[in-house]
Every structure is written in structure tokens, then in C-alpha cells.
Design a protein. Structure first.
Length: 76
């Protein structure tokens, strides 16, 4: 499978490059823990705090990946 076949939208594939991996890891490390803590505190007592972590990862992925696509040098 080629890169074009794995990508459903033009410009959506960042590729496994060192800058995209480093930027995603750094932004995820900065944004995800505070959001996870905030989300977990707001959950009812009957819901496991792990749900807050999953919500945080989902939101951060949904924000960081498109944001990197807007920056020059990150679109493969």
C-alpha cells in the first residue's frame, strides 16, 4: 500500500518523520495530563477516572494532528 492509498484526505498524512513524532509527543505531554486531571475530577463517582484519560487523549489527538497539518514542514 502506498502513502496515497493510506490517506483519505490530501494533506492529512504527516508521515513518520522525526519532527512530527517529536512535536506530537511534546504537545501531547504538555496538553494531555492537565486535561485528563480536569476531566477525571468532573466525572461522577460511578465512572472510573480512566475515562478522563481516554477523553483527554481523544481531544488532544483531535486538536494536535490538525494543528500540525497547518504548520509548514509537517505534511508528508
Amino acid at each position: 500500500m502506498t502513502d496515497n492509498e493510506t490517506c483519505t484526505r490530501p494533506g492529512a498524512h504527516h508521515g513518520p518523520t522525526a519532527p512530527s513524532i517529536a512535536a506530537g509527543a511534546i504537545l501531547g505531554a504538555i496538553l494531555a495530563p492537565p486535561l485528563a486531571a480536569y476531566t477525571s475530577r468532573r466525572l461522577p463517582a460511578t465512572i472510573h477516572p480512566f475515562v478522563g484519560n481516554v477523553v483527554s487523549m481523544t481531544v488532544c489527538t483531535g486538536v494536535v494532528v490538525p494543528a500540525l497539518g497547518l504548520l509548514p514542514g509537517f505534511v508528508h
